[in-house]
Each structure stands twice: as C-alpha cells, then as structure tokens.
Design a protein around this ligand. Structure first.
Ligand SMILES: [Zn+2]
Length: 122
C-alpha cells in the first residue's frame, strides 16, 4: 500500500515545525482510503520537552488516525530509538520533518521504522 498526503497539508506541517522550532512539533495524522488529509493536534500540549510518545498517548481513540508526524530540530530525519517505539504503537505511517523543514527534508516510515514511499498529491 502506498500512502498519499495532500501537498498543502505537508506544507502546513513544515510551517508548524518552523513555528515550534527549536522544540519538536508532533501531531497525529488522519486519513481516508490511504490519503492523509488532516492533522490531529494534541490538546493542551504546547511546545514542551515532553516526549512525542507521551504526547501522542494523550489522544482519544480515533479510527481514522493512521500514524504520526513530528519534527526534528536537527537536519536528520532518521528515527531515534524512542521514535521506533512510537511508530510501532501508533499506526502505519509516520513522517519525520527535519530542519530546515522544507519539501526536501522529510521522510516517511512504516511501523517498523523502514522508509516507505509517500506520494504527495496536488
Ligand atoms: Zn524523532
């Protein structure tokens, strides 16, 4: 299965990551039929040093949540050890947007942390 994402949503993620820098931005992703169309922002969590895992764990159950997106304040989009834990636990597609948060600095992964293709739809 190849996941897809709306281009404007991905651009929005980059903007939010810039605003949150140097803290991590984290959100869940909502999709219908493989197309990621919306962020699910986590209530009551501004920029803080709490881990992404902890924050995503605060979300109510939602069948359309298919994965997560978070930012890295360094130009390295590779998942950390904690990220692998998050990926396994919450859904099937995960995006990491690394500094400087442009359309070339993100990667997508499956629940095992393997890089997967994510098609950007205009
Ligand atoms: Zn990470």
């Amino acid at each position: 299965m190849i996941w897809k994402i709306k281009k404007e949503l991905l651009e929005g993620v980059c903007e939010l990551a810039k605003e949150t820098y140097p803290n991590e931005f984290v959100s869940a992703l909502r999709a219908k039929e493989g197309l990621i169309y919306e962020l699910v922002l986590i209530p009551g969590t501004q920029s803080s040093d709490r881990s992404a895992v902890f924050r995503i764990g605060m979300l109510p159950p939602d069948r359309e949540i298919v994965g997560t997106v978070h930012s890295h304040p360094l130009p390295d989009p590779r998942p950390s050890g904690e990220d692998f834990f998050l990926f396994e636990k919450y859904g099937g597609v995960h995006i990491i947007v690394a500094y400087p948060y442009d359309m070339g600095s993100w990667r997508s992964y499956d629940s095992a942390g393997e890089e997967v293709k994510l098609e950007v739809m205009d």
